[in-house]
Design a protein. Structure first.
Length: 86
């Protein structure tokens, strides 16, 4: 099991489904808002935000190589609507 420096169990977060977080953010910002997601980890919130049409800039100490979308296998090559911050 992958565990980060702060003790977060990354593999557990990969199993957790989104729980409405993206919808809360989406309701609070303009439709064309860009989102800065801090601590994006496995992308539980990133992926739904992308599906809702937001541009997402994300950063995570725990999993820098987390895919930005189902078709993206590397944070070094995120889709046009998502970029990683290091």
């Amino acid at each position: 099991m992958e565990v980060t420096a702060d003790g977060s169990p990354v593999d557990v977060y990969l199993l957790l489904p989104p729980n409405g977080e993206a919808e809360i953010v989406h309701a609070a910002v303009p439709p064309d808002a860009s989102i800065l997601e801090l601590g994006s980890g496995a992308g539980r919130v990133t992926h739904p935000l992308l599906e809702l049409g937001h541009q997402v800039r994300r950063t995570s100490e725990s999993r820098p190589s987390a895919p930005a979308s189902a078709s993206d296998s590397s944070a070094a090559n995120p889709p046009p609507s998502c970029s990683s911050v290091t």
